[in-house]
Design a protein around this ligand. Structure first.
Ligand code: HEC
Ligand code: HEC
Length: 509
């Protein structure tokens, strides 16, 4: 009964494969200068955005060569890549001595070597899982396993996190004013975009006549004590696309960004200047502005997919059961972004750096908010513009806006960390907030990103759901108690959340 829908998707998959094979021959991109982008922003901001986006496209596709700095000195004997972490290699310049400390790899020559399914910038199958040893244990039983997630529309993720962080920091500022004006200890609930993050308590503290708050942060739940919402990486290890990207470039490719090492050859491959500040800006803007995941229901509404009535009904029934059994309490179907303009660099505290990890001042390296590259989530996506009729085009790559000028983001997450129980625990508690604690993973595109869960251990969506424990235990039990047909509907609803390239030919140009 799903034949028609899936056949159409298969056809696009064929076209997409063709696109991919031509992409793999992409030439080595020139390094992009941030100063060039800055000058362009002042002349023609839209052109600067498009140029950064296109450069980011090339950088994610490029198979970097050793001359350009890909790989690292893994061992004295000349290994450039390694599939497994090698904390045992402690000799001069070898794996365990790289700066910054290496967690894994280098493994690949190109970002899209892993981020590949269902097409470039997507997720990855199990053979491409990251095998990570951040604590340098050298003990395979302590390695962490990470499935490759997709990279689409990440600007929406960062902007939601920015607005939530701003809300939490405002509550903190207001509490300081309250305790200082009343000279009494006080507690307030912390919440952002409707999600609760526990309580914040403060006592007034007078030094030299000035009052500041002495905060008790022990009641904060589901976010770091700095109240910065961090969503990148399965563990939520990074707040910004930029910070995660240079971490990925270093660890996965052995491409060390100037902003993490400065002039230093931190991976001893004999090459410096591997990725410029402008390159990182381009990669960030590109992933931020990639097309959003979509749903089969939306495609059908736009006449782009023939969806049989029975499947439509199953999906709608599944959407209701998803809410009924409590999935939607963590996987919140929609959040809105009040000011939907993504900006690189950001102006939100916690999302820009005055000092790069290299120790250099960002502004001195050309990165500053005055010449930030900007685009609007509700119309900025260059991909997936689709002609609906001869004279009507819709931009299905962008997020829909509402009547208040907000962007509506169907990301299926509360942007909060939860204890998910023993089945989903890492071998080691690297961040100190719990081996089984994870931010709610988005379900946007989840129908196209199997295998599932942080380690790729779930071969079906049903298995992924049944692995939920801890704070999700009750919800999982309710799911398991559903009639078989209702569980099938929940899975059909999830399978309806897809990633699709609606204009593959255009990209080929
Ligand atoms: C060897 C495979 C591999 C390569 C190559 C690779 N990645 Fe990844 N990528 C991963 C894995 C695995 C994760 C999940 C890591 C984690 O959770 O800590 C990830 C996560 C990410 C994320 C975070 C996404 C999210 O939603 O949390 C970004 C951004 C990213 N990669 C960008 C890049 C870029 C840009 C490149 C090239 C410079 C790249 N990756 C190269 C495997 C890879
Ligand atoms: C307490 C919060 C919470 C509840 C309730 C919850 N989830 Fe999750 N869900 C998560 C977290 C956190 C992850 C990531 C876990 C991991 O990868 O280890 C996740 C992962 C998933 C995944 C895998 C996503 C991927 O990309 O691999 C699916 C599918 C999923 N949940 C569906 C559901 C369904 C269906 C329900 C209701 C029966 C549900 N979840 C209830 C928090 C929750």
């Amino acid at each position: 009964m799903f034949l028609q829908a899936s056949r159409q998707l298969e056809i696009s998959a064929v076209i997409i494969l063709l696109t991919l094979s031509s992409q793999s021959m992409a030439e080595m991109p020139e390094s992009l200068s941030q100063q060039h982008l800055n000058a362009l922003v002042q002349e023609d901001p839209q052109q600067a955005f498009i140029e950064a986006f296109e450069a980011g496209d090339e950088l994610t596709e490029a198979a970097f060569t050793s001359e350009r700095g890909v790989g690292a000195k893994v061992s004295e004997t000349g290994n450039r890549f390694t599939r497994f972490p090698r904390a045992d290699l402690k000799g001069s310049g070898e794996w365990a001595t790289h700066i910054p400390a290496r967690e894994t790899g280098p493994v690949a020559q190109a970002c899209i070597a892993c981020h590949s399914a269902p097409y470039a910038n997507g997720s990855g199958p199990n053979p491409l899982n990251g095998v990570v040893d951040p604590l340098h244990t050298g003990d395979p039983s302590m390695y962490l396993h990470r499935n490759t997630p997709h990279l689409f529309a990440l600007g929406a993720v960062q902007l939601i996190a920015e607005e939530m962080t701003a809300e939490l920091l405002q509550i903190q500022d207001d509490l300081e004013k309250t305790v200082c004006s009343s000279s009494q200890t006080a507690s307030v609930p912390l919440s952002a975009k409707g999600t609760s993050f526990g309580m914040l308590t403060a006592m007034p503290m007078k030094t030299d006549g000035a009052c500041t708050a002495d905060f008790d942060r022990s009641g904060i739940i589901g976010v770091d004590e700095d109240l910065v919402v961090k969503m990148f990486g399965w563990k939520g290890s990074h707040a910004t696309i930029r910070a995660f990207t240079r971490h990925a470039a270093h660890n996965e490719l052995g491409m060390q960004a100037d902003e993490i090492v400065g002039e230093l050859d931190g991976d001893h491959d004999g090459v410096t200047g591997e990725l410029s500040v402008g390159d990182l800006t381009a990669l960030t803007v590109y992933m931020a502005a990639l097309e959003r995941p979509i749903s089969k229901i939306e495609l059908a509404e736009n006449g782009l997919l023939e969806l049989p009535d029975e499947e439509k009904k199953l999906i709608e029934d599944g959407r209701k059961s998803f809410a009924k059994v409590g999935c939607a309490s963590c996987h919140i179907p929609e959040l809105t972004v009040q000011s939907p303009v993504f900006s690189e660099p950001s102006s939100q505290i916690g999302f820009f750096e005055e000092i790069f990890p290299s120790g250099q001042k960002a502004a001195e390296q050309g990165l500053n908010q005055v010449t930030a590259i900007r685009f609007d989530l509700t119309d900025g996506s260059p991909n997936n513009h689709v002609a609906i009729t001869a004279d009507k085009e819709t931009n299905l790559g962008a997020f829909p806006g509402n009547e208040n000028g907000e962007a509506v983001i169907a990301w299926y997450s509360d942007f909060k960390r939860h204890d998910m129980g023993p089945l989903l625990a890492d071998a080691a508690d690297v961040h100190g907030f719990g081996a089984s604690v994870w931010p709610t993973r988005s379900l946007a595109g989840v129908g196209s990103t199997g295998p599932w869960l942080h380690d790729g251990n779930a071969t079906t969506l049903d298995e992924a759901i049944r692995a939920h424990g801890g704070e999700a235990e009750e919800s999982r039990l309710s799911y398991e108690a559903l009639a078989e047909q209702e569980r099938a509907a929940v899975v059909a609803f999830l399978e309806n959340l897809i990633i699709i390239d609606l204009d593959p030919e255009e990209e080929e140009e």
